[in-house]
Design a protein around this ligand. Structure first.
Ligand code: GTP
Length: 598
């Protein structure tokens, strides 16, 4: 296909505004997928994605669209991951596009990730077509939403397409707008190959597959290629496009988007953002914007049964094949035994990985509270990166501790400004600015420690604003903080896996609340269990789990056998997530209680 008949674009939206539904309608209306084969949200290929309705890996689908002008166009629809954890992948996916369809729910209007994604698209110099979705709903207010798009985002909305992913209304107009408003790719077909990798994954049968946009030149089966950042060389085994099933092609040429089977076995050699060129006669200058994905949140993962250590290790190895952002190292805890300290891009990434380990690999895991990477500067001048509270050096040897801060953007109706102030200030946030995007939407900017944000912040924000608030964040940098390690003692013994790092001013309150929580969570044992919170041996708070009084089965003796079995099964299920620490049975919730402290 010649360049003038290619359109590369992405659909961007706030979560739940209808991105996947619209993509599905496009596949259906271009005859790419017959209606009877449509499975809701076809583009989200992973089960967990489908269940949770989130898109994790970006996808690229090619459809042929015959426009009203009678010409057939090649559309490459690049579905970007939808969550703030994955903004780097979003930015690379956008770099592979020339335009974007900005979907805004007509009943909700512009929300935080509408703004964040629109900003990313503008930064990538994409032509933006607003699509105001869900106009079939009685609560739709397309005129108000147009106003928000113009006033809040400075994107002209006169020509916004109104429609509905559900009924298919407006989708034809949208496809025509893509042909007329999104520019065709530019690039030099005669120049040496340069292709941008915007996604890569491990396929059990074919090894590492990359999704690419060819910027200059051409790539075909058998070519020897080189990735500029990782310096990896390999031979192209296959190129092709997805419709959405993979279809091999003779070549991918300038302007085209498609997949590439690399023949490599390690996904860390095929990094998102890297540039592919020819091994001989290629270029040295990479495409702009390459960045290494960096884990931000760390947690300890421990098998409940000791014999699952090796299977856990193998499972992590398998998952890392597909996920270069997943990093891990062995961790030993006195309380929990052998496990791993695992780093993630963010909380969602962490939840998804934990769920996959349990579901796909059948592991029973105990996760410690997530923490961030602290920078501890020692008196001698050396700096230690701390991924686990357990590693905190002796306070006497520390000069200062720095913690990661985020720029957080919160969008709310004006009525909730006070509620958000209260919450963010309590979480050590520093107010930066506030702007009215429209009469009904205020944008507040904050600087806030990442460690506070991972402590149940989003749920609190939602509940304090009746669900209206939306949040987006970006890494800001490291700042010094007065941080201490708080130890939790059970029966007088410090439990390393329960210790956490906290700001000095909050230590007393958090210690007290946590002792109260643990008292509720830790089941009664045959003996009394004192719970203490302490800093460096000084006890701040104390609670006691009283001893158990009677055998839970006693009342069933001589009674109904099925009732007895049920009770036993219930106990067993309850036990699943318990770990014996010393002689105390501690459930999973105890570790997460650290996160829910106000
Ligand atoms: P994420 O992938 O989670 O970001 O969501 P999304 O933006 O892809 O939204 P999705 O397509 O999953 O739609 C979210 C919800 O809105 C689903 O329940 C859809 O059925 C519904 N929905 C999408 N488009 C329309 C529409 O035009 N009208 C109505 N009434 N509902 C819609």
């Amino acid at each position: 296909t010649d360049l003038s008949h290619i359109r590369n674009f992405s659909i961007i939206a706030h979560i739940d505004h209808g991105k996947s539904t619209i993509s599905d309608r496009i596949l259906e209306m271009t005859g790419t997928v017959a209606k009877r084969d449509m499975q809701a949200q076809l583009l989200d290929s992973m089960d967990i994605e489908r269940e949770r309705g989130i898109t994790i890996k970006s996808q690229a689908v090619r459809v042929n669209y015959t426009a009203d002008d009678g010409e057939t166009y090649q559309f490459n629809l690049i579905d970007t991951p939808g969550h703030v954890d994955f903004t780097y992948e979003v930015s690379r996916s956008l770099a592979a596009c020339d335009g974007a369809v900005l979907v805004v729910d007509a009943t909700q209007g512009v929300e935080a990730q509408t703004v964040a994604n629109a900003m990313l698209a503008m930064n990538a110099n994409l032509e933006i077509i607003p699509f105001i979705n869900k106009i079939d709903l009685p609560a739709a207010e397309p005129e108000r939403v147009k106003g928000e798009i113009e006033d809040g985002l400075a994107i002209p909305a006169d020509d916004a397409v109104l429609g509905s992913g559900k009924t298919g209304d407006g989708i034809h107009e949208l496809l025509e707008a893509v042909v007329y408003n999104i520019p065709a790719p530019t690039g030099n077909t005669e120049a040496p190959l340069r292709a941008l990798i915007f996604d890569s994954y491990f396929d059990a049968y074919r090894g590492v597959v990359a999704l690419v946009r060819v910027v200059d030149g051409c790539m075909k089966k058998g070519d020897r290629i080189r990735m500029i950042a990782t310096k990896t060389e390999t031979q192209v085994e296959e190129v092709g496009a997805r419709h959405p099933q993979e279809t091999a092609l003779p070549s991918l040429s300038t302007g085209e988007v498609g997949y590439l089977v690399t023949g490599l076995k390690d996904v860390s050699q095929v990094k998102v953002g890297d540039t592919i060129t020819l091994a001989q006669g290629g270029v040295d200058e990479p495409l702009p914007g390459y960045r290494e994905a960096k884990p931000m949140v760390f947690t300890g993962l421990f098998p409940i049964e000791g014999d699952q250590y090796e299977p856990l290790k193998e499972a992590l190895e398998k998952l890392s094949l597909n996920d270069p952002a997943l990093v891990w190292e062995p961790e030993t805890s006195h309380a929990l035994g052998f496990g791993f300290r695992v780093g993630f891009l963010g909380l969602l990434h962490m939840e998804v990985i934990k769920e996959r380990l349990e579901r796909e690999f059948g592991l029973d895991l105990l996760a410690t509270a997530p923490s961030v990477e602290y920078h501890v500067y020692l008196k001698g001048g050396a700096m230690v990166s701390l991924h686990s509270p357990q590693e905190m050096p002796d306070p006497g040897s520390i000069e200062r501790v720095e913690e990661p801060y985020l720029k957080a953007k919160i969008l709310i109706p004006p009525d909730y400004v006070g509620a958000v102030m209260d919450l963010t200030v309590a979480r050590r946030g520093t107010f930066v600015t506030m702007n009215y995007l429209s009469q009904t939407t205020v944008e507040m900017l904050w600087e806030i420690p990442l460690s506070e944000l991972i402590m149940d912040f989003f749920d609190k924000l939602k509940s304090n604003t009746k669900g209206y608030a939306s949040l987006d964040y970006d890494f800001l940098g490291y700042k010094p903080s007065d941080l201490v390690k708080l130890d939790i003692l059970l029966s007088g013994k410090p439990i390393d896996a329960l210790s956490f790092i906290v700001h000095k001013d909050k230590a007393y309150d958090r210690g007290r609340v946590l002792c109260d929580k643990l008292k509720e969570i830790i089941p009664r044992q045959m003996f009394e269990v004192p719970i203490q919170a302490a800093i460096g041996g000084r006890v701040l708070a104390r609670q006691t789990v009283k001893a158990k009084r009677k055998d839970v089965l006693a009342k069933c003796y001589g009674g109904d056998i099925t009732r007895k079995r049920k009770l036993l099964e219930k106990q067993k299920a309850g036990k699943k997530r318990m770990k014996a620490i010393g002689n105390v049975e501690v459930p999973q919730e105890a570790f997460m209680a650290i996160l829910k402290v106000d």
